[in-house]
Design a binder for this molecule. Sequence first.
Ligand code: FES
Length: 124
Amino acid sequence: MQVHRVVHLDDLHDSVPLRVVLDGQAICLTKIDGEPHAISDVCPHNGASLSEGVIRDGCVICPSHLWRFSFHDGEKQGSHDVRVQVYGTRLTAEQWVEVEVPERAPERSLREVLLAHARGEVLG
Ligand code: FES
C-alpha cells in the first residue's frame, strides 16, 4: 500500500471530479460534503474516464452511457454486481488529501494465465 499526497483540500472543489494517476492507476477524486472520496477513473462498461462525467448525489455519472457509480461503495446504481474500485482517502492535519493505493498484482504471462485456468483457479 502506497499513500500519496495529492492535493490540498481547498483546491478540491465540491462535486467536481479530478483525474489523477497514482502508481499507474487512474483515479477519480472529488470532495463530497467536505470529505475527499476516490474511485477508479475507468468505467467498467467501456473504459470511459469517469472524471469527465458529472457528480450528483454522491455518484459520478459516466459521460459515455450514463451509468452512475457511488463514491461511497463504488457500486453501480441499480446493480450490485458491477462496481469500481474505491480508494481510501484521508486528510493530514494541514488538510492535504492523501490517497491510499494498493499495490497491483504483477502481470501474468499468457502461459501463467492458461496454467492457472487449467488448475481451476479463479482469475481476477
Ligand atoms: S463507458 Fe461508462 S457507461 Fe458506458
